[in-house]
Design a protein around this ligand. Structure first.
Ligand code: RP5
Length: 183
């Protein structure tokens, strides 16, 4: 288990758990960790496979709340059962990240495995490979009870807005690729 290191963080223990079915998911799931680091939220990260380590998955989900976690981000590819199975065991909100993995057919298998949960067991499913959005959504959940995190998210959104206005300005100044035909 990896724990993020944020000097002088207000969070003494991880409040978000990032789990994934395999280390081959790590390059995608990195983006969730990056966002949580940006918002200075302490998280833990590890590999939990629904199919290869079912007992570890059960233990992880069963103990997550008592260990202090508030949200779980779970990424998996192919027959992606990890997010849904974890959601069936814990009362914590689970955010699912469908991953276009080596064993995935175009990614639809991962998307539908995570998205099409039965009534009563929701998984908040983000877009294919969208671990960045999973990190932001998890931070927004923490922000509902933590003002400092909520303010950081507001700042982040303002920055997004600013960047778009800069692009509008840039375009109006005539800075567009030669391939773009205005006539
Ligand atoms: C899934 O199978 C994992 O989440 C991963 O996306 C995919 C392939 O795993 P590896 O064969 O690369 O370990 O369970």
């Amino acid at each position: 288990m990896i724990e993020s290191e944020i000097p002088n963080s207000k969070f003494q223990i991880p409040v978000i758990g990032i789990i994934m079915g395999s280390d081959s998911d790590l390059p995608i799931m990195q983006a969730a960790a990056d966002m949580l680091n940006q918002f200075e939220i302490v998280f833990e990260l590890t590999i939990v496979s629904a199919h290869r380590t079912p007992e570890r998955m059960f233990e992880y989900a069963k103990t997550a709340k008592d260990r202090g976690l508030k949200v779980i981000i779970a990424g998996a590819g192919g027959a992606a059962h990890l997010p849904g199975m974890v959601a069936s065991i814990t009362s914590l909100p689970v955010i699912g990240v469908p991953i276009k993995s080596t064993n995935s057919t175009e990614g639809w298998d991962s998307i539908l495995s995570i998205l099409q949960m039965p009534g009563g067991v929701p998984v908040a499913t983000v877009a294919l490979n969208a671990a960045k959005n999973a990190g932001i959504l998890a931070a927004q959940i923490i922000g509902t009870f933590d003002e400092a995190v909520s303010n950081k998210i507001t700042d982040y959104k303002q920055q997004l807005e600013k960047e778009v206005y800069e692009k509008v300005q840039n375009l109006q100044s005539g800075n567009y690729p030669d391939s773009f035909d205005t006539k």
